[in-house]
Design a protein around this ligand. Structure first.
Ligand code: S3P
Length: 439
């Protein structure tokens, strides 16, 4: 997202929240369904794809390289006509990844092994500030050539497609984006590749690549070793995308905090690599029930009912971070409303997300009167102090926008939110859902 001249959104304080909400499709799974569909043979159909700015960026890049993807609109079944593993064409212009780190990082892996072809990737001001060497360096061990500003760290990036060779590669951070880039590159390498993560990150790529027919095995302690043997052709699939637990988290926290609230969030993906937020909410004694647990197309899914009640402060750190990395902003809001001190550590990765989320959340919540401090890798939040309405700013970050919207419900007066349209990066119908659920 870039800055905008749209008027600040009015956020009224007070009231309660009641009803059922179906959050849009999981962002991580949506990107992967488009990417893997594009390099498979035959047609992939996608049900529940997230119709938001980030997956739309992925689709646009893939179309520019010859994959056919039907228009992305809410509720539509999306059809991807794959070009096969080696069928992506050299685009005749720059690939624009918008605000999406997942698009850029997975594209690097996808394109690195396209021998003799040249690609240039860029994105918005936020994405051009985000570190890319964490992908470029491990890819170089397979023989990839990725160049960019700041010694290859920042977009615009140029990828000169090379013949890749398999390798055993350790990733520098527990990042599903880095891991997935390597797995995609490994599909086009000569010989097998093993990716070793410092800690397990979300495993949607592994699950979906296997379903598409890739020769991929997961082993080692806690599934941290992922091995890809190239050669298998991917075959188009029918993918059903569950609701995004990272979007559901806003309703879970709002439902737990707002007096009298009773919300049911339907069809939420409950992949265990993503459910850290539920563990923390349990630690806080939030009243959340998981209903109707089921398996949908290789991913666990359930409905989550939340009712409000008093919450306890929390403490979490590095160990759980990969399982709730995107939920730290909304959990910071939750901590403001519990009596006592909450501690977040091991969250240095938050500083290189769409914004420096530790700094931005601290700045914005302080404007509401919250008592919290940044540490180099986290936050200390002294909760229980009433928040007041304020002139807030998403600072272009979608998860900040939605987190501040939840905080504003509980403030003593009304707020305004500048750059609220950032929410459309992952949850375009957020403001409509909020208006509908308010009582
Ligand atoms: C994502 C992985 C996470 C997450 C991001 C989406 C993915 O990033 O923060 O929103 O789809 O792989 P990292 O893997 O860099 O931690």
């Amino acid at each position: 997202m870039t800055g905008s001249t749209a008027a600040a959104r009015e956020l009224k304080a007070g009231g309660s929240l009641k009803g059922r909400v179906r959050v849009p499709g999981d962002k991580s799974i949506s990107h992967r369904a488009l990417l893997f569909g594009a390099i498979a043979e035959g047609e992939t159909t996608i049900e529940g794809l997230l119709p938001a700015e980030d997956p739309i960026s992925t689709a646009a890049c893939l179309r520019a390289m010859g994959a056919e993807i039907s228009p992305i609109a809410e509720g539509d079944l999306i059809r991807v006509t794959g070009v096969g593993l080696d069928g992506l064409q050299e685009p005749d212009t720059v690939l624009d990844c918008g605000n999406s780190g997942t698009t850029m990082r997975l594209m690097l892996g996808l394109l690195a092994g396209r021998h003799g072809r040249h690609f240039v990737l860029t994105g918005d001001a936020s994405l051009r500030r985000r570190p890319m060497q964490r992908v470029g360096h491990p890819l170089a061990m397979l023989g990839a050539e990725v160049r960019g500003r700041g010694d290859g760290n920042f977009a615009p990036l140029a990828v000169q497609g090379r013949r890749l060779r398999g390798a055993v590669v350790g990733t520098p951070v527990a990042s599903a984006q880095v891991k997935s880039a390597l797995l995609l590159a490994a599909l086009t390498a000569e010989g097998s590749t093993t990716v070793i993560e410092p800690a397990p990150s979300r495993d949607h790529s592994e699950r979906m690549l296997k379903a598409f027919g890739a020769d991929l095995t997961v082993g080692g302690e806690m599934g941290r070793h992922i091995r890809v043997q190239p050669g298998a052709q991917l075959k188009g699939q029918h993918v059903v995308v569950p609701g995004d637990i990272s979007s559901a988290a806003f309703w879970l926290v709002a439902g737990a905090l707002v007096p009298g609230a009773d919300l049911t969030v339907e069809n939420v993906g409950l992949n265990p690599t993503r459910t850290g937020v539920l563990d923390v909410l349990e630690q806080m004694e939030a009243k959340i029930e998981v209903l109707n647990r089921r398996d949908v197309a290789g991913e666990p899914v359930g409905d989550l009912r939340v009712t409000s009640g008093p919450l306890q402060p929390f403490r979490f750190g590095e160990d759980i971070m990969p399982r709730l990395v995107d939920e730290v902003p909304i959990l910071t809001v939750a901590a403001c409303f519990c009596d006592g001190e909450s501690h977040i550590s091991g969250a240095a990765e938050l500083r290189v997300k769409e914004t420096d989320r530790l700094a931005v959340m601290a700045r914005q919540l302080k404007a509401m009167g919250a008592d919290l401090d940044e540490t180099p890798d986290g936050l200390v939040i002294r909760g229980g102090r009433p928040l007041r309405g304020a002139a807030l700013d998403s600072e272009t970050d979608h998860r900040v926008a939605m987190s501040l919207a939840v905080a504003s419900l509980l403030a003593s007066g009304d707020s305004t939110l500048n750059r609220s349209e950032a929410a459309a990066v992952s949850y375009p119908s957020f403001w409509d859902d909020l208006a509908r659920l308010r009582t």
